[in-house]
Design a protein around this ligand. Structure first.
Ligand SMILES: C[S@@+](CC[C@H](N)C(=O)[O-])C[C@H]1O[C@@H](n2cnc3c(N)ncnc32)[C@H](O)[C@@H]1O
Length: 244
């Protein structure tokens, strides 16, 4: 097994606060899909600090949840969020594994892969679909989003978030360049300011595999999985279900 390289080693401290906006915007659409899931444990794959885990718990109050998060910094945020909440604590299990190596239940009621798919190469995704297809209970699905751009493209540097906590402001910018077939290189800048003073700046690069709706359909079909869009197109959400 290859050693897991954590792309969030430096940026993980900002990820949880900066991704909260995505959940504010799309949480209701995700919850709508969750309500359609059959009984059974739900996996939050690449759970980050647990915004999705918390949404699963609120939406499905009796469901056991497995939250898989390999980044040590994000896994620490997740574990604290779970341990602090009397509802989450008895029914959320946190695994610090790479999803490709995680020990998943034989049968699952569903899985969320939010803002995650670009971390897996085509070959790794093929392994994932192969592994997940037989685990899906009847009616269960993997809910995945395909963040734009879904093909390699230049993305102009733009502000992505500005969060105020106490006297400090946490700012994030993102830009991207094509980095080969189905590949992007993201350039993120995270800045902490106190008044006019820049307290710290972190520049982080990471690679991301682009996945389009067509390629998702093509790569899941051999595993007898079918892809169904969910919610407004701008959410980029898809259910991946077993063919009936
Ligand atoms: C952009 S964050 C999204 C976090 C969370 N799903 C959300 O939407 O708030 C991507 C997450 O995927 C995790 N991740 C990356 N590679 C992974 C892998 N091979 N297995 C499981 N999780 C992975 C990262 O550690 C990170 O927490």
């Amino acid at each position: 097994m290859t050693e897991y390289h954590d792309p969030y080693q430096r940026s993980g401290r900002y990820l949880d606060i900066m991704i909260a906006g995505w959940w504010e915007h799309h949480g209701a659409t995700v919850a709508e899909a969750l309500r359609e899931l059959p009984a059974g444990p739900v996996v939050d794959a690449g759970a980050g600090g647990g915004h999705g885990t918390r949404l699963i718990a609120r939406t499905l109050p009796d469901t056991p949840i497995l939250a898989v998060e390999p980044s040590p910094v994000l896994s620490a945020v997740l574990l604290s969020r779970v341990a602090d909440d009397p509802d989450l604590r008895p029914r959320v299990t946190v695994h610090g594994d790479d999803l490709l190596a995680a020990r998943l239940p034989e049968r699952i009621g569903g899985m969320i892969m939010s803002n995650l798919i670009g971390h897996f190469s085509p070959h790794e995704r093929d392994r994932l679909w192969e592994d997940l297809a037989p685990r899906l209970a009847p009616g269960a699905f993997v809910l995945v989003n395909l963040p734009p751009p879904t093909e390699p493209a230049h993305v102009e540097r733009a502000a992505m978030s500005e969060i105020h906590v106490g006297d400090r402001t946490y700012l994030g910018w993102a830009a991207a360049e094509p980095a080969g077939d189905e590949r992007l290189s993201w350039h993120m800048t995270y800045e902490t300011r106190e008044g006019d003073r820049v307290v710290s700046t972190d520049d982080v690069h990471y690679d991301w595999w682009t996945v389009s709706e067509d390629s998702l359909r093509a790569e899941t079909a051999p595993h007898r999985l079918t892809v169904v869009p969910h919610g407004p197109a701008e959410a980029g959400l898809y259910k991946i279900l077993r063919e009936s």
